[in-house]
Ligand binder design. Structure first.
Ligand SMILES: *Cc1c(COP(=O)(O)O)cnc(C)c1O
Length: 349
């Protein structure tokens, strides 16, 4: 058996999803004539209570178009130090938009509104950089799939509004936050000027993200999408995968969460310091190997030889991610391989 827990991006489209893609009505999307893209953009915008949406090939592009709409060159975006925008988009905000970032550090990526508001410096005049936007990641990927408390988001929004600072949501996995908490999409949507969402993570589409905002900002972002070379033609075949994912796969995320919790519980039972299962909110399990006699890279290498792929993201930091292509049998198999490896390492100590 081969069980790939490196990311929820590794899913492959199911036969049923491919079937829907094959039969999607299409047109030239640069002309605004792809009916399947148009209905997906309208559907997702409405879901989050926003005026408009723009389909993009990646979440990074959706993030970058969004923050470009909020922050001018030479101005500042605040973001968590381990956020995707800061660490995993290759400096795009600086390279393409001249945006500087200043970061805060949060345990498990969890938002504390007051700490962030204390950092913000709007309208700083001719001497210091002015803060014009704040990005929030929900769920927080490198924080371990953590869900941002809605009361902290609301408090951040209130404070930011008083200072004239805009909020952006990196909601690549907002779907998981919704399933874990029951908070409605529109409740999240109301607090953010711009949002980005991914269809290609837990929802299992092969490609696709969306940037959401006002009609005006989305129209402007559409121009920049083309300028960046991402004007696409008959992409209704991709948007159809997004429709299918929302119809069918959204509700299945609860199983990813259950399976992640199971893996965390099994690892914790062998090596309590490796993870606190109560901190596993969604489909990501962060493993802390600092108290164990092997590094994350060594752990990943050993389990790989037994058919389980995991990510080593730091010297002592490994990550497991459950997704659509992991069923209960794969989960049991992975739990056995992970715990047997931990057991052997502890005995050899
Ligand atoms: C995956 C991800 C993105 C977008 O990534 P792409 O690979 O560009 O689609 C954005 N934010 C977070 C938190 C992510 O995990």
């Amino acid at each position: 058996m081969r069980v790939d827990l490196r990311s929820d991006t590794v899913t492959t489209p199911s036969p049923a999803m491919r079937e829907v893609m094959a039969h999607a009505p299409v047109g030239d999307d640069v002309y605004g004539e792809d009916a399947t893209v148009n209905t997906l953009e309208e559907r997702v915008a409405a879901l989050f209570g926003k005026e408009a949406a723009l389909f993009t090939p990646s979440g990074s592009l959706a993030n970058q178009l969004a923050i470009r709409m909020l922050v001018s060159a030479g101005e500042e975006l605040l973001a968590e130090t381990n956020s995707h925008i800061v660490r995993a988009e290759l400096g795009a905000a600086a390279v393409f938009s001249g945006i500087t970032t200043r970061t805060w550090q949060a345990k498990r990526g969890l938002l504390n509104a007051q700490e962030v508001l204390d950092l913000a410096r709007p309208n700083s005049g001719p001497y210091l950089v002015s803060t014009t936007a704040i990005a929030v990641e929900n769920t927080h990927n490198f924080g371990g799939g953590t869900v941002q408390p809605i009361d902290q988001i609301a408090a951040l929004h209130k404070g930011a509004q008083e200072m004239g600072i805009a909020l952006h949501l990196d909601g690549a996995r907002i779907w998981n936050a919704h399933i874990a908490t029951g908070v409605a999409f529109a409740d999240y949507g109301q607090y953010f000027e711009t949002l980005s969402l991914c269809l290609s993570k837990g929802l299992g589409a092969p490609v696709g993200s969306l940037m959401l905002s006002t009609k005006e900002k989305v129209a402007k972002a559409r121009v920049w999408r083309k300028r960046y070379g991402a004007g696409m033609r008959q992409i209704g075949i991709l948007a159809a995968a997004g429709h299918y994912a929302l119809d069918t796969n959204l509700a299945l995320l609860q199983h990813d969460h259950r399976r992640a919790k199971f893996l965390a519980n099994r690892c914790h039972a062998i090596a309590p310091s490796i993870v606190d299962p109560t901190t596993v909110d969604t489909n990501i399990v962060s493993l802390d190997l600092s108290q164990l006699p092997l590094t994350a890279a060594e752990f990943a290498q050993i389990v790989k030889t037994e058919g389980v792929l995991i990510s080593a993201l730091g010297p002592n930091f490994a990550r497991l991610v459950t997704h659509l292509d992991i069923d209960d049998a794969a989960m049991e198999f992975a739990a056995d391989v992970l715990t047997q490896t931990l057991q052997r390492a502890l005995v050899a100590q």
